[in-house]
Design a protein around this ligand. Sequence first.
Ligand SMILES: [Zn+2]
Ligand SMILES: [Zn+2]
Length: 387
Amino acid sequence: MNIDPAITELEPEMKRWRHHLHAHPELGFEVHATARFVADLLRSWGIETHEGVGRTGVVGVLRGGSAGPSIGIRADMDALPMTEARALPHASRQPGRMHACGHDGHTVMLLGAAHALARDGGFSGTVNLIFQPAEEGQGGAMAMLADGLFPRFPCDAVYALHNSERPLGEVAVHDGTVAAAADRFDIVIHGRGGHAATPHLTIDPLPIAARLLLDIEALPGRLTNVISPAVVTVGSFHAGEAFNTIPDTARLGGTVRCFDQTVRRQLEREIIGRAKAIATMHGATAAVNYESPFAPTVNSPQHAAIVAKVAEKVVGAHRLVRNPDMEMGSEDFSFMLEQKSGCYFLLGQADEAHAAAAHDPDYDFNDALLPIGASIWVALARHCLPS
Ligand SMILES: [Zn+2]
Ligand SMILES: [Zn+2]
């Protein structure tokens, strides 16, 4: 490992920040204390700091010795609505809230890099430090974009990382698509309830919903080309209370995952269309709510090559993995990558004490990753913005 000396010096402090954030997790856009913690630190290092970008986002503007191009580096700040299982000394003090995706670590890695770059410089142009709320499906990236993120803080390219289940220190860089789009749908079939003994007097929504479930889960590979992977899963199905009563409504909730925008739009159209058609066919109606909180995350090969080159210098060639399988998980940095070229890469954190995957109640971010990620950000800034 080739850790930046300023980062090595800062490591004990980074660990303390991480444990503080981990113990005080906040959800969605309500990351008020976390945003304040970030903004206070940035200001204490003399960095121009903007709060309230996209409600609770923070942007630090770090200017180098002379004018030049600019990059954006994004970290996410929000936690998950779940209860931590392990009794760690820095475990969450808030039952029902937990940093189970490692966003506490992402935030601290970017803070560490900001501190080193603010103190030691070694770059020209501008590094925009983007601290985002509400990554876990509530649209934080979109909120920052809608609040003028890029017009206000111009970036020639944007970068982000996520910890992963790969071995500690392994960096995975994709030249194109990294992570799937994830859509969410909620369908209510409105029929007409009645006695189970006289179904002919009702419009039973259950068999309609059941037909619809079988129909839409079969769309990938039948409607869409198997060459382009896609999954439709109905994860919730609710109808009725009593064994001898036909209810008025049945409700289906599910998700669509795929890597291609054309496939994505095709599946959206078909799910909505089939819900309405199958309901109509049986004399019922369907109300469909369809949301797209995550686009496919797609890197530019040029910026992926830059990250690979920089990361290799930090972690060594034997820890660099190029173009592994795409991730079925999703990331809302995808919306920033739709507007600016850049690269989102994965940083492995698994060792014996950190075997649990993200979103597992046993998960904890691996502190050994803090200096590695921060060093990659410092090296990337100096590489992209040479002084
Ligand atoms: Zn997550
Ligand atoms: Zn995450």
